[in-house]
Design a protein around this ligand. Structure first.
Ligand SMILES: [Zn+2]
Length: 459
């Protein structure tokens, strides 16, 4: 392996998780915030400081490309990136639907970059979006400004902050962005299907049924929306990454369009791989997310889709509402849940149950999201020259997650009280420790804003 090293700042020993295998008793050398060497057991050079993580996994820091750090009070870039550090996530990409004002132009992007530079504890990339009406004019300046991706929605949450973009505007945006390679991330639910189903359920006894949310957002509202977006990508050549896909059928459709030559992929979220309607029945609004968590069959088929290589990335859709927003009927409670702290532990635990090993899981959480979002030259792999973003995961003893101790603004979680097969014990961003033994040690402002630096991988 690589032996070229500039003066080494420090070394970490442990079980290194690479894309294709685990190097037991390996060593990572860090110099100037970059990975300076990756060594097999017994090959390690000497260094001034050795951090001994023997028996623990050392992974590249996770890259979570679906975070709502700025959408709802009192969550902030600081609290989300603190939770990210605790979860072993060293890069987040923050959604554009900010409560202050959505990122729909260069001035707002610059303002948000300043907030990131003042508050962030891990590194942060940003999404842009466009106004509901005649919005395509803002796209070029946001690409130029360095956004990692664009988020558009087929579903209206808020006419100004999180609008539904009409088909004509959407096709125009796909056309405009196709040459840039910057991915379009789409919220794929069809409004009329949801509105119709909701009208049947609201103000009936079913309104309080935890499973009513799933009935009000049936899989067809997601899959039919996906077909529409996939077809827009097919005709325009735009790079499309479908957000938070809940159902294996969506990934079949992505496959069909890939075979037709479209540049498309999809993410699922940790909660769709870990939870099922059974958990929703137990937890009620705490486990209400959009689109909804499906049945056990869908969850297991998602794991099969993952193992078949149909899913590109796993994200959190971290959306930590104040608990008051969850304290109403199932159909009226706000959808969304925190997820940054539990991402790695939850996916590792569920993967282990199904015989999916850590190197196999790694791509969904690290290098593939980094590549799609134009950060692959710096983030997502234990490779010489990349940023020294390291996550140390201890799977020697199980760990019970306690959401009341969360570093994000929400002290609740659908994963509260769950036993995971391990936990994150240390997190490093560009060679600096930000989280250690349950304590946040990174300072606000130590995280960097990440400008998109590479074209999409085209896969
Ligand atoms: Zn989201």
């Amino acid at each position: 392996m690589n032996t070229e090293t500039p003066p080494i700042d420090w070394l970490a020993t442990g079980d290194l998780v690479l894309a294709d295998r685990i190097v037991e008793g390996g060593t990572v050398a860090v110099a100037g915030g970059k990975i300076a060497g990756v060594f097999e057991a017994g090959e390690s050079p000497s260094g001034p400081v050795v951090r001994d993580y023997s028996g623990r996994y050392i992974l590249p820091g996770l890259v979570d490309t679906h975070v709502h750090a700025s959408s709802v009070e009192p969550e902030t870039i600081e609290s989300s990136t603190g939770a990210a550090a605790a979860g072993g996530v060293t890069t987040i990409v923050d959604m554009p639907y900010d409560r202050a004002a959505p990122v729909m132009g260069i001035d707002r992007l610059r303002e948000k970059v300043e907030t990131v530079q003042a508050e962030a504890i891990v590194d942060v990339g940003l999404y842009g979006t466009m106004p509901k009406v005649d919005g395509v004019g803002v796209l070029d300046e946001l690409v130029e400004g360095g956004v990692c991706a664009f988020k558009f929605s087929l579903f209206e949450y808020d006419a100004h902050r999180f609008p539904r973009i009409a088909d004509g505007d959407l096709v125009a945006a796909f056309e405009k962005l196709s040459a840039s390679g910057v991915p379009i991330v789409l919220h794929n639910e069809l409004q009329e299907i949801v509105d119709y189903a909701l009208a049947q359920l609201l103000d009936t006894p079913a309104e309080n049924d935890p499973l009513a949310h799933g009935l009000s957002h049936p899989p067809v509202s997601e899959t039919a929306a996906s077909v529409k977006a996939l077809d827009f990508a097919y005709w325009t050549g735009a790079r499309l990454h479908l957000a938070h896909c809940t159902h294996p059928h969506t990934f079949r459709l992505i496959d069909v369009y890939r075979q037709l030559g479209a540049d498309v992929s999809g993410e699922t979220c940790a909660h769709y791989l870990v939870l099922s309607e059974r958990d929703v029945a137990e937890l009620g609004p705490i486990a209400k997310v959009n689109p909804p968590i499906r049945d056990e069959q869908a969850r297991e088929d998602l794991w099969r889709a993952l193992q078949d290589g149909r899913i590109a990335t796993i994200s959190t859709d971290h959306a930590p509402w104040p608990i008051e927003k969850k304290q109403s009927s199932m159909l009226r409670a706000s959808p969304g849940a925190p997820g940054l702290e539990t991402l790695l532990a939850a996916i590792f635990t569920e993967g282990e149950k199904r015989g999916v090993a850590l190197p196999e899981l790694l791509g969904y959480l690290t290098w593939r999201p980094a590549e799609i979002f134009g950060l692959g030259d710096r983030k997502g792999q234990l490779v010489v020259g990349m940023d020294a973003d390291l996550t140390v995961f201890d799977a020697r003893t199980p760990h019970r997650y306690d959401a009341t101790q969360s570093l994000c603004s929400a002290k609740w979680s659908p994963f509260d009280g769950r036993e995971f097969a391990g936990r994150v014990v240390a997190t490093y961003v560009r060679g600096e420790i930000v989280f250690e033994d349950g304590r946040l040690v990174g300072e606000p402002g130590s995280g960097e804003w990440l400008r998109r630096t590479a074209l999409a991988d085209g896969s």
